[in-house]
Design a protein. Sequence first.
Lengths: 252, 278, 304
Amino acid sequence: MLEITIRVEDLSAWYGNIKVLKSIKLSVASNSVTAIIGPSGCGKTTFVRCINRLHELNTSARIEGKIFLNGSDIYEMDAMKVRREIGMVFQKPNPFPTMTVAGNVLAGYTLNGIKLRKEEADEIVENTLKKAALWDEVKDKLNLPGTELSGGQQQRLCIARAIAVKPKVLLFDEPCSALDPVATGKIEDLIRELKTQYTIIIVTHNMQQAARVSDFTAFLMLGELIEFDRTEKIFTNPSNKLTEDYITGRFG
Amino acid sequence: MKARKIKNITMTFVISLFAGICLLPLFLVLYYLLKNGLSSLNLEFFINNPKPFGETGGGMANAIAGSFIVVGLASIIGIPIGLFTGIFLTEYKNSKLSDIVRLLSEVLQGLPSIVIGIIAFSWIVKKMGHFSALSGAIALSFMMIPIIARSTEEVLLLVPDSLKEASLALGAPKWRTMFSIILKTASSGVIGGVLSSIARVAGETAPLLFTAFGNRFFSTNILKPMSVLTLQIFDYARSPYDELHKQAWAGAIVLVLIVLLISLLSRVFVRKLSKGVK
Amino acid sequence: MRIGKFYSSDNIYSFILYLFGLFLILLVIGIFSELVINSFPSIKAFHFSFIFKGVWDPARNEFGALPFIFGTLITSFLAILISTPLALGTAILLDEYLSGAFSNIISSLIELLSAIPSVVYGLWGIFVLVPVIRSFEQFLYLHLSFIPFFNSPPYGVGILSAVLILCIMIIPYTVSVSKEVLKLVPSDQKEAGYALGATKWEVISKIKIPYVRSGIFAGIGLSLGRALGETMAVTMVIGNRNAIPKTLFDPANTLASVIANEFSEATSSLHISSLIELGLLLFIITFIVNFIIRIILRRISFKK
């Protein structure tokens, strides 16, 4: 029996009067990679933004249903605490331009008012950048502004920034869509490595990427969860006709 | 077709003429400013206080110091209030309340400065029983607040949302996100806006007419009337003494230089912003 | 709706921000109320006839705002009338006729004009402009005084000088706003015009300017607001006479200039109250003008 880190129960979400998620129910296994796929506008991004409670930033946003992180209802928790346990990497790399590379890695600490001694800070920077497969490339550039790295490096810096605070879950929202194939490959390798320490959910519009990288796949369409199963099953022998149509490119 | 061609050439000429007429005053003002003022711009001017009417050798030391004090005090009051109002407008951008605040801020900005002087007179001078630099500074701060609020909001909105979300996604509270990320990223633009508001009030006279009122002697007491460069120029210009007219011109040169310097500095900071926020 | 618990430091943050928003609202309301309350004595004494009375005589405690309303409106509108074509022409020149670097230098120079403080313009006005106007008036008086319009003693100070100085002060605003919006006209609009055989002037007048109508109008609105409230330069060259001017050369006063002139020496409380009522009128006029401009702007851009 797999251990479950995130359990989503009957999740529905609205932007104003538009219902964008309809009663989603799924469980994400610990130390696995779960891909969320589906045609544009199906609610994939809204779904992950509910998980780290970014969805509620929009003034017209509303949700119903529950999401549990290791048994605790995240909507009964302090939003900031939830976000420290559930990190996010965004579509377009967004390192902070007013911080150095090292500063960006430590941003999760400084922005939460946590003071670190210099040795502690240096150690965290080095370990995290090594985990993010970025240390060798930037160890001489630690004091450059975070924005002076290449696109792929910036994204890995954002990943480092997210894992530096030791979250339980990592959410990736189409992390490679702004990157070239080589950088994409590096990030996919990194995701496979990271799953040993974190539970990972990745939104992607690239089905081949989902097939390469994930253990489980959820297929969403028009806000509904159509099918959720092991990745090999979804891609070789889907149970739902809609899934099959999407996989074989009949729409989307 | 020929008529249209002639019209085209004529209009080109008219437009050039108009532009020339527009630029002429600039040259005339600067020319006479330098012509009439440079001769009186000596060391005495900067060190001495006004001498009794008609005597030569007086200066505007008290007025120059007074300008720095009054504008400085106005900035201490007006900048924090303007900044926080701008932050309010940014954080609550789509709310009804911020619409009202924005509207009223525009009303305040459009208010003639002499009316602000009346208000400061009513609220402070009357209560204190006498004129003071403080009341003048408060009047000027009322003028600075809407300018800074609007420019701050404009600049903060230029910071990409993704930076705000990245900060919140790390678990940061909203206020840390605003101060450590958004404000920091937009800092040169914010400073530019603040500087331009300082340049604006440094050149104001009307709101000080019945607040700071002016003072013939050197004073740094903010609870008493104080001389300010703009007031001094106004007084001297209307006096019947030639010597004072000359000093008015000299004072005008100093005033224009100060205002231009601050404006230029403001421009430099704003340009830095457009390079920083990609 | 389910909301999770909020971190209390953000609650303090929100509270503080709301306080600042509230402060601004209270400030503006307070300003308006203070003006109204302090005008009560004058309002009680003169009621609505205040606006229509043409006599302002502190010695007899008789106060009427008409000379100043007239002075304010006529100087501002004349200034707009004269400055707008000049400013538009300059903006067009800078946008269409001059090359980048040269155009930028001249733009910067014009922006310099707007940074010069009002009292400096007043100083220049007193000692440079007014003598010139006086000679001009003397000439007209000498040779053309049989025409009633020129039958005024040549003071030099008066409506004409005030209008001219206002023009100089507000031209930079219209120029910079117009130039900015002209820059935004997509070049394919221009090219379509040229392709149809239009001359340069026709492209400008029939394609570009209509396209940016609302922007230019906004610039004019900005200038008008400035002109209505302008105090120092006007008070130094307008001659400070509390009567309705009959000719362009007559001395006069605007709402702002009479307040600047008389406030610190006003003796009776009725005098002060009437001056404050003038301030209230100025507030209202400026507010209404800005409001009208905003409505017209919304109409114009809506039509697009």
